[in-house]
Design a protein around this ligand. Sequence first.
Ligand SMILES: O=C(O)c1ccccc1NCC(=O)[C@H](O)[C@H](O)COP(=O)(O)O
Length: 402
Amino acid sequence: MDSLMPLRTTATVAARPGFSFKLLANPRPKKSAFSLSVPTTIFTSYRARNLSQCSPVRAQEDGSAVVSESTIPEKDALKIKEWEVERFRDEIAASQGIKIRRRPTTGPPLHYVGPFEFRMQNEGNTPINILEEIVWHKDKEVAQMKEKKPLLLLKKLLSDVPPTRDFLGALKESFSRTGLPALIAEVKKASPSRGVLRENFNPVEIAKAYERGGAACLSVLTDQKYFQGSFENLEAIRNAGIECPLLCKEFVIEAWQIYYARVKGADAILLIAAVLPDLDIKYMVKICKLLGLTALVEVHDEMEMDRVLGIDGVELIGINNRDLGTFKVDISNTKKLLEGERGERIQEKGIIVVGESGLFTPADIGYVQEAGCKAVLVGESLVKQEDPTKGISELFGKDISC
Ligand SMILES: O=C(O)c1ccccc1NCC(=O)[C@H](O)[C@H](O)COP(=O)(O)O
């Protein structure tokens, strides 16, 4: 029993803002079977997650438990480390105001009271909203896709893909030609908030109709599960002779996806600040530059805007009027985020702002232009039109194709 230490101290672990629970913590053990630096929290997490079948945690009659480090198998020790890394990653994200957590790779935490074990509903294992659900699903999807096409292979394929087209340049050119916000028209079959938007959905025909109507660029949803999009759609549009630069509308959580999008014909890619911590955005913006892609960095609130304005190299910011957690759409969000100092900083930095979501009428376009947008991203109001080319003229109140 020399290596078994009773759990004596009590620690409060803050999992997310506003949420914490108490755990019994173990003092540092005396013996170590392998070279791990083992802070107290690792033992609590090990205990809480019940990672081992041959658990080194033993319940005592008084409700405390004992842990033997020397009995932790190495593979479990790695899982513990993995869990620690995940927790730190979520803590860093939370410290930047990011509410979206990454998918926990292990099951929900197990708690103990005396001899009883229990899991708390909604604790760590249930997505808090649709955006988190999408991100968790994306995590699994990307892991599978990466196995089929590892980064090394993608990098080799890069030498065969045609050069990118200038997404940002196309927006600027359209704005100065028409005097109206440049249009990024979205090829969007369905969405979590609205369901199926168009039954007879031919992505290439819709893309051609958008181009004829004067769209400067196109946005192609590639998420299959929640938007019924695909990378096949992106490739098909790219190979159909369409000249508009293409935005890959994805939920990017890993740099691998950027390489993949480039190989599949994207000229630009979406990076969502509600999902990505600052360092990830910084790193991904650099990768985009390396690959010749434009990064559209999307924000929804003031905190996200301030974070993104602090990141060097960002040239294109999208303000989403849709709260991706609640689906609430309010176009005054664009105005709110461009008022005062923020608007001035954006101008000083020469950043182009895209007003996104919920734009249906010429008045809506005028409103976000007045707020400071030189581009707009529109899906629903165009894709639902029988004739999307005509839909563009109606949305802008005039023909913007010439
Ligand atoms: O559109 C949704 O329901 C949605 C839900 C969760 C995450 C993202 C979502 N949409 C992405 C977009 O922001 C829009 O596709 C895009 O801005 C166009 O919006 P709209 O013109 O309102 O279709």
